[in-house]
Design a protein. Structure first.
Length: 181
């Protein structure tokens, strides 16, 4: 079974460690980043199934990191759950508008975190399956298009051969008619 990998990005060591420990206990493979730049470097270096991203960090904010993830073709569909402050409903709206797949407000209960993570991962799996199915369909369409092109070419050759044969028969008919005449 493939263990799902989660990158936790938070400038608070305590938050990172507690979330990391609790998610690891749930069977997830966890990596930790203490700032946005480190997170982006880690994302560029390996594939994660989900990013838990603190919205408020010094340097690159969570929104800055999210914008870079969404702007990168290779990682544009990477599931991101933004972690916001409970009192900041506007921040949650900004996170979702910027492309976060979900958000969770601090402080949170771990059961809620686990449920949101599981839901976003399941959605990410469905999206990945859909992308694979689309790629397979695109490949089948390309093969069919080549086959159709070959069939058209064969048909054009057959038409040319038929026209030549009809012309030969007409010439032969004319020759027979001339010889009888």
């Amino acid at each position: 079974m493939h263990h799902r990998s989660i990158l936790i990005v938070d400038d608070s060591r305590t938050n990172r460690d507690v979330m990391g420990r609790r998610l690891a206990e749930q069977g997830y493979l966890v990596a930790l980043a203490e700032n946005g730049r480190e997170a982006l470097d880690m994302i560029a270096g390996r594939a994660f199934d989900l990013v838990l991203l603190d919205m408020v960090m010094p340097g690159l904010s969570g929104l800055d990191v999210l914008a870079e993830i969404r702007g990168d073709r290779q990682n544009a569909d990477l599931p991101v759950v933004m972690v916001t402050g409970r009192s900041d409903a506007e921040a949650a709206v900004r996170a979702l508008a910027a492309g976060a797949d979900d958000h969770i407000a601090k402080p949170f209960t771990f059961d809620v975190l686990f449920a949101r993570v599981a839901r976003v991962l399941a959605r990410g799996r469905r999206l990945a399956d859909l992308k694979r199915a689309n790629a397979a369909l695109d490949a089948r369409i390309a093969v069919r298009a080549m086959e159709l092109g070959e069939a058209r070419s064969d048909l054009a050759i057959a038409r040319t051969d038929r026209e030549r044969l009809v012309a030969s028969l007409a010439a032969l008919h004319d020759e027979v008619t001339r010889l009888r005449g």
